[in-house]
Write a protein that binds this ligand. Structure first.
Ligand code: SF4
Length: 134
């Protein structure tokens, strides 16, 4: 059976770039390519949930972190899995400095635009990772 790509966002609640990362991941998993990708709750990985551990270990993994502290990537590595790709939401802002999220609870139009750009970036990265399959 073909591997899936597990996309794991950090849990940066209270930080706009953590929220942008999560919104972008949901766009990919729910709307753009649910047949190729899935996601897991980072907290379940941290408590060694067997189903989550198996999904992560048996499939490709892309982490989406809000900032350079890379909490999602570090937690994946902590269970012995090397990520296939890592993305930082804040890098999307560096490419679109005119777009500043308006808040954490409500990202506003600029924040949602950043999430859309980030989703496109993740979409491209999924293609790159899946090419390893052929
Ligand atoms: S990577 Fe940054 S935004 Fe995400 S949980 Fe860690 S500190 Fe928060």
């Amino acid at each position: 059976m073909a591997k899936k790509v597990v996309i794991i966002p950090c849990s940066g609640i209270g930080k706009p770039y953590g929220e942008i990362g999560r919104q972008a991941v949901y766009t990919i998993t729910d709307d753009l390519r649910p047949e190729d990708v899935t996601t897991v709750c980072l907290a379940k990985l941290m408590i060694d949930d067997p189903e989550t551990m198996a999904l992560v270990k048996d499939n490709y993994v892309i982490t989406v972190d809000g900032c350079g502290l890379a909490c999602a990537r570090k937690n994946v590595e902590a269970v012995g899995k090397q990520v296939d790709s890592e993305i930082k939401a804040i890098d999307t802002f560096k490419d679109h400095r005119d777009l500043k999220p308006e808040g954490v609870v409500d990202l506003g139009e600029p924040g949602f635009k950043l999430a859309k750009y980030l989703a496109e970036r993740i979409d491209h990265e999924v293609d790159c990772v899946m090419k390893k399959e052929v």
